[in-house]
Design a protein around this ligand. Structure first.
Ligand code: SIN
Length: 286
């Protein structure tokens, strides 16, 4: 979708891929209310916004986040020592697993899924560690009319238990010990429409994801799997995606209701540290 200075007051260049846009000539430390409103609008429209060369320490990241919305303190991620609002997304040189190393959208297991996250690159590896994004709005648009009709009345069940819960902690002790905590709090299942109306842009968006969706509501897992697998492969098609290369000071702000993301784990032996703030969202409707 084309953008212009008149629409948002921001200098925006589409990423050139299937999702996302760069916001140029902006210092996120000094954003004012009108710019914050424009950023929110642009986020809904593009699914992910990228910013380069920012200087967001945790206080500045919190201040920027609060201009956009209310902060959600993620109950599973480890926070920084000093700022509970800021989660660390860290992989040490000796770790094998990373956080977010598969396609997902965050918090779909919640009744009111988080709007999205603001991720700041603090330390980047010498190579690799890119993040892939995919547009769930573009994915919806490129389905056939017949498939759209079939999906339109459906709802899907999402869960946190198999990722953050005790079962997962037992099955994969390394990732749980190093990255997450609070496994006892992973009790959430929730049901959302498979096609949501995006709360900001009003565009339809395909709201299922390989990370947290279990099945279609009222269907068995076995019945759901072939169709979910089809939809997952469809969303992840290259034409719906963009691969973002981080540099220190880069920021990505994604909208969970319009995009998926996937943190590549291809930099073993090196450290990658990101600071993440998540924003509260709302109940999703068809
Ligand atoms: C995440 O899934 O929140 C992590 C994304 C990243 O580290 O690039």
């Amino acid at each position: 979708m084309p953008d212009s200075m008149e629409l948002t007051g921001l200098d925006i260049s589409p990423s050139g891929g299937g999702v996302g846009a760069f916001v140029n000539d902006i210092d996120l430390r000094t954003v004012e209310a009108a710019e914050a409103a424009a950023i929110r609008l642009a986020l809904g429209r593009h699914g992910v916004l990228f910013f380069r060369d920012q200087e967001l320490d945790p206080d500045a990241q919190i201040a920027f986040a609060r201009k956009i919305g209310e902060i959600n303190i993620n109950r599973f991620f480890k926070p920084t020592d000093t700022h509970p609002e800021v989660a660390t997304v860290l992989k040490e040189p000796d770790q094998k697993n990373n956080i977010g190393g598969g396609w997902h959208t965050d918090h779909s297991y919640d009744e009111e899924p988080a709007l999205g996250s603001i991720l700041v690159a603090v330390e980047t590896p010498p190579y690799g560690g890119d993040t892939l994004f995919a547009s769930t709005c573009a994915a919806w648009e490129t389905l056939s009319d017949g498939m759209k009709k079939m999906l339109s009345g459906l709802r899907a069940v999402h869960s946190s238990r198999h990722v953050f819960g005790k079962e997962a902690a037992d099955a994969n002790a390394e990732i749980q010990a190093e990255h997450y905590g609070n496994a006892g709090a992973a009790t959430q299942d929730s049901v959302h429409p498979v096609v949501i109306r995006h709360p900001i842009s009003g565009r339809p968006s395909l709201y299922v994801n390989p990370g947290f969706t279990l099945r279609f509501d009222g269907w068995t897992d076995a019945e759901s799997k072939p169709m979910l697998d089809y939809l997952y492969a469809h969303v992840a098609k290259p034409e719906h995606t963009y691969r973002f290369q981080w540099q220190p000071g880069s920021v990505a702000f994604w909208d969970n209701r319009a995009s998926w993301h996937y943190a590549l784990n291809d930099y073993h032996g090196h450290r990658r540290l990101m600071h993440r703030i998540t924003l509260e969202g709302e109940a999703l409707a068809a």
